[in-house]
Write a protein that binds this ligand. Structure first.
Ligand SMILES: Cc1ncc(COP(=O)(O)O)c(C=O)c1O
Length: 439
């Protein structure tokens, strides 16, 4: 058994983990470089999921290491409220320039979950600030994942993440999901069918009256519920309906932000302009926790009224724009830009898609979906034991030197954007062997 120096695995209650299974058979990483983790038993494991969809430039990147070292020597912490430091403003400015359209204002958080809470609060407060305090309702989508705090859980649509936690936030409803539409199997890029599912928002508008709805939040590409790509035209249609009814549209780009689709953001990829965008993960290459919410000029400016000595938005975190996080994010952006990683997903997209779709016909595979440097390999479940087949695949892949992620009976792959063709080949061959060996 692989134990840490104090010989005790008991105290650490692990997040989103089968704790008893893990502690009976621990899987420990001790270091990481480039595309690989090193395990405590000395094996290299190819990172097929960029850590948790966050290490977009891979591991142990020199610029980031240097930035962290320098920053801790220079300014380790600066109060987030009523004080500033240069890197916070530099970073916000740089991010605003990167984001298309008028999403010119950036509010810093520490995680995707906090970005979501921040955006939901901004949406409700924005309407109130402009005299529409009756707009308080929030609309999410079935199978959506927006983190684990109460707002995000409530607009989220993954039953297992909700069922243990009571009645959640009131005044929330959900659009139908877009998974499993006939004719969309084995899609590359946006699937053909299902744009009309966006009209479900009209149904909710009729049910609740649009004047009660503050915002709609969706992941442009849903990740955690199994990688669900938006049907062609779906997001555009959602935008149109939101605009028609004065409802804000929030894109949760926690996984799609920073190059995952072969563009800096999903906003670029789909050419649809939301009012708020939530990000985290790739913002710092996963190295220091940080999130950022992008708000349009209109939203920001609606708050900038009243006496100038008054706080305009009663919200923020002790670690908002933490100097260590800002320095790390600036170095991550440098790395992405210098190495062309914002568009590498587009350059490699065809190779990636061909390789992944090559798994069609492998045991248990019932669908494969690809977009940018993302793939979902959906498996037939073991009868009576949903999720078990994919979990078996995860364990087997780890033994064979590949880190994958599974949700339900779906394998997700989302590697660092520095991936080379040889790594893609290795990942596909490993998944194939895994599927041939598991039950
Ligand atoms: C779309 C989306 N939103 C929010 C989150 C929550 O982010 P965090 O785990 O940093 O709180 C995630 C995490 O995977 C996510 O995929």
């Amino acid at each position: 058994m692989d134990l840490p120096p104090n010989n005790n695995l008991d105290a650490y209650w692990m997040p989103f983990t089968a704790n008893r299974q893990f502690k009976a058979h621990p899987r420990m990483f001790v270091s990481a470089e480039g595309m690989y983790f090193k395990t405590s038993d000395g094996r290299d494991v190819l990172d097929g999921i960029a850590g948790l969809w966050c290490c977009n430039a891979g591991h142990k990147r020199p610029r980031i290491i240097e930035a962290v070292k320098n920053q801790v020597e220079e300014l380790d912490y600066s109060p987030a409220f009523q004080m500033g430091h240069h890197k916070a403003f530099d970073l916000a400015d740089r991010l605003a320039r990167l984001m298309p359209g008028d999403l010119n204002h950036v509010f810093f958080t520490n995680s995707g979950s906090e970005s979501v809470e921040t955006a939901l609060k901004m949406a409700i407060a924005y309407h109130r600030a402009r005299g529409e305090g009756h707009r308080t309702r929030l609309i999410g989508r079935e199978k959506g994942y927006h983190g684990v705090n109460f707002g995000g859980m409530s607009v989220g649509g993954m039953p297992a993440n909700r069922k243990m936690f009571g009645s959640l936030v009131s005044g929330v409803d959900h659009l139908r999901h877009t998974h499993g539409i006939a004719g969309n199997e084995y899609s590359r890029g946006e699937p053909e069918h299902g744009a009309e599912l966006a009209d479900d928002l009209e149904r909710l508008c009729q049910l609740h009256d649009p004047s009660t709805i503050a915002a709609v939040i969706v992941e442009p590409v849903a990740g955690s519920a199994g990688v669900i790509m938006p049907p062609k035209g779906y997001l555009k249609r959602l935008r149109e309906i939101c605009t028609k009814h004065g409802i804000l549209l929030i894109f949760d780009e926690v996984i799609t932000g920073f190059g995952r689709l072969g563009t800096p953001f999903a906003v670029n990829y789909f050419g649809v302009q939301p009012d708020l965008v939530t990000t985290a993960k790739g913002l710092t290459n996963g190295v220091v926790p940080m999130g950022a919410v992008f708000a349009s000029d209109t939203i920001h400016d609606a708050f900038m009224t009243g006496p100038e000595n008054m706080i305009e938005f009663f919200h923020g975190y002790t670690y908002s724009a933490n100097p260590m996080a800002c320095a790390t994010a600036l170095a991550a952006l440098d790395t992405y830009e210098e190495e062309g990683l914002f568009t590498r997903g587009a350059d490699l997209g065809d190779y990636w898609a061909d390789a992944m779709h090559g798994l069609r016909g492998a045991p248990y595979v019932k669908d494969i979906r690809t977009m940018g440097l993302i793939a979902a390999i959906e498996l037939d479940p073991i009868e009576g034991a949903p999720t078990k087949r994919a979990f078996n695949a995860f364990l087997k892949a780890y033994d064979k030197g590949l880190l994958i992620r599974t949700t339900g009976d779906i394998i997700a792959l989302s590697p660092p954007l520095i991936i080379e063709k040889s790594h893609i080949d290795m990942a596909v061959e490993t998944v194939r062997r895994v599927l041939e060996e598991i039950e």
